[in-house]
Design a protein around this ligand. Structure first.
Ligand SMILES: *Cc1c(COP(=O)(O)O)cnc(C)c1O
Length: 488
């Protein structure tokens, strides 16, 4: 059993009298507490604090940290999340004193180096997206979606139009409808084609003069490039609507094609996915948005720009009709800088090559798994693919969750399961470009071994972890985060 010791709480490891430090005897007179505080402010008993020696505490936390799977410890092919390796050099650069010691209230004249770096970052994001105006403020992808939808609402309000509808394909990430609803729009879901694409006829039926935005991920959540994207944009634009590109899948197309070139008016990046940065455990993230020129005035401020008439000085400015701030200061600067280092390290040619390698790795893994986990959509994929465990479920009673849980025993993080909803028993694999052929081969071997195992063994997996199968819904909705000691 791996690290059972680590799952015992500090309170359970506590032994009366153990200490991590010895304090010298006090050399000032001790006052009775009653003389210092009114009786009503005094507790009846001392708090239950665990008593441990320093090595006990260090071992506890270090062992706990090894229970997590992470990109640094395991292959992590979680589809739609781009869990690529984060180079440690970028951590060191983002931690330089000139960056971490800057106080956000310093004046612009005082932080010219940092502003220049952020201005360059804005330029890089504009260039990769083909959309010229950038706000670095949003704190994650979903926040970028929400911000862009506020920008769209402000744009239509400014034109005197009150468009209500936001349309998205059924395969959309859950954050798309959530952002649209939060921004006050009505959500309309489109059924896709058999092949997993946007259905142009269906789109034409729903797009009208009430359509504010069509949101689409390209490549879509099935890992397929929407081949009709130009026609899609034409339909939406002809009705006066805007096209929003959910940029979570930019890892497949960066340096190859650009949302601004295939009809997008707005998009967000997930810097923590595409351009590295720690991803997972709720952040920190970074979801900058890029928009066309005619939307630039509505972006949240401040944006960084060159001071007019002095191309060596930078300043912070608020766009003329700005929707206001969506986050304090200029965004999650630490993540933006890790992404900046990543882009500088790769250079333009390297960015394209990373995307191509990600596509190659996904197609290689897809072909390795095809005999046991076939994909319903397309012979080739982009950076990820959605396989289905439906056949295994019917023939052997093994489902996607069983395989996912058993993979943990083999030392692999599972793929995304049961998403997108349009594929029954979905298993969504995104290996990323940072994995070697040897890792992909080992992963495929593990899957092949697993599907040949006894079904009962799989239903009760994982077997080698301190916690096997928590009740997923209750563990999320009603987590028990306190220890029972507090009751006595
Ligand atoms: C991850 C993801 C999002 C949300 O991004 P966060 O940074 O997690 O808020 C939106 N859309 C797609 C397709 C994604 O994969």
């Amino acid at each position: 059993m791996r690290n059972r010791q680590a799952t015992r709480l500090l309170s359970e490891l506590s032994r009366a009298g153990r200490r991590g430090a010895e304090f010298p005897a006090s050399d000032v007179p001790e006052w009775p507490l009653e003389d210092l505080l009114p009786a009503s402010a005094l507790a009846d008993a001392s708090p239950h604090l665990p008593e441990l020696a320093e090595p006990d505490v260090v071992r506890h936390f270090v062992n706990l940290s090894t229970l997590n799977m992470s990109v640094d410890t395991h292959f992590y092919p979680l589809g739609s999340c781009t869990m690529k390796y984060n180079p440690k050099r970028h951590e060191r650069l983002a931690g330089l004193p000139g960056i971490v010691d800057v106080h956000p209230h310093q004046t612009a004249g005082n932080i010219q180096g940092l502003l220049e770096l952020l201005a360059e970052k804005q330029q890089m994001l504009a260039e990769i997206s083909g959309l010229p105006a950038v706000s670095l403020q949003p704190a994650a992808g979903a926040h970028g979606e929400l911000t862009a939808l506020y920008v769209a609402a402000a744009y239509f309000r400014d034109k005197g139009e009150s468009r209500k509808k936001v349309i998205f394909p059924a395969s959309a990430h859950g954050t798309n409808p959530a952002s649209a609803a939060m921004a006050g729009f009505e959500c309309v879901e489109l059924k896709g084609t058999e092949g997993g694409f946007v259905d142009l006829e269906e789109l034409r039926r729903h797009v009208d003069n009430q359509t504010a935005v069509f949101m689409v991920t390209n490549p879509n959540t099935l890992g397929l490039f929407e081949k009709d994207i130009a026609a899609i944009a034409e339909i939406v634009h002809a009705a006066g609507g805007l096209v929003y590109i959910d940029g979570a899948n930019m890892n497949a197309i960066m340096g190859i094609t650009r949302p601004g070139d295939f009809g997008g008016d707005m998009m967000h990046y997930n810097v923590h996915k595409t351009f590295t940065g720690p991803h997972g455990a709720g952040g920190p993230g970074s979801g900058p948005i890029c928009v066309r020129d005619f939307l630039a005035d509505f972006l949240p401020g401040p944006v960084v720009r060159q001071r007019p008439g002095d191309d060596r000085r930078f300043e912070l400015a608020t766009p003329a009709k700005s929707i206001g701030r969506v986050r304090s200061f200029f965004g999650n600067v630490g993540i933006l800088i890790r992404g900046y280092c990543y882009l500088r390290t790769l250079g333009a040619a390297g960015v394209r090559s990373a995307a191509e390698q990600a596509i190659l790795n996904a197609n290689y893994l897809k072909s390795l798994l095809a005999d046991v986990l076939p994909s319903a959509h397309g012979e080739y994929c982009l950076h990820e693919f959605v396989a289905s465990a439906e056949g295994l479920a019917k023939e052997r009673g093994i489902n996607a969750m069983d395989i996912a849980k058993r993979l943990l025993d083999y030392g692999f993080h599972p793929p995304t399961v049961y998403f997108p909803l349009v594929v029954p028993h979905a298993m969504m694999f995104e290996p990323t470009e940072t994995e070697s052929k040897a890792t992909l081969d080992a992963f495929s071997d593990a899957i092949h071994k697993i599907v040949a195992e006894d079904a009962e063994l799989l239903h009760t997996a994982p077997h080698n972890l301190p916690v096997s199968r928590p009740e997923e819904v209750n563990a999320t909705r009603k987590p028990v985060l306190t220890w029972a000691c507090c009751k006595d």
